[in-house]
Design a protein around this ligand. Structure first.
Ligand SMILES: [Zn+2]
Length: 109
């Protein structure tokens, strides 16, 4: 599960990679988005460790709250309530004694 951070430089929201590790071996920041992290590296600024720790704690708390607010999936084999957006099934129409629909002739004529 990836954590959502707010960049402390530009205010944008960004998804950090799992464990804050990029696949190419780079290290993501919990404080800055990738663009601001690059800018900070060019300025020679280092990531404030306390701010990074707080940002990770906040992101984990937000993720836990989002997971807790999500409806729990029903247990396997449990009766599922009908979906509100689902139309009721139509009863089977018996075709016995009525090979042609009543309105077919008038519609073709
Ligand atoms: Zn940024």
């Amino acid at each position: 599960m990836r954590l959502l951070f707010v960049c402390q430089a530009c205010g944008c929201h960004y998804l950090a990679p799992v464990g804050l590790d990029y696949p190419d071996g780079g290290r993501a920041s919990a404080v800055w988005c990738s663009a601001c992290q690059r800018d900070a590296a060019e300025r020679g600024a280092t990531e404030p460790a306390e701010l990074a720790a707080v940002a990770v704690l906040l992101a984990v708390r937000v993720l836990k709250a989002a997971l807790a607010a999500r409806p729990t999936p029903p247990a396997a084999g449990a009766e599922q309530p009908p979906r509100p957006d689902r139309r009721p099934t139509r009863p089977a129409v018996s075709s016995r004694g009525r090979t042609h629909p009543a309105g077919a002739r008038s519609r073709l004529a």
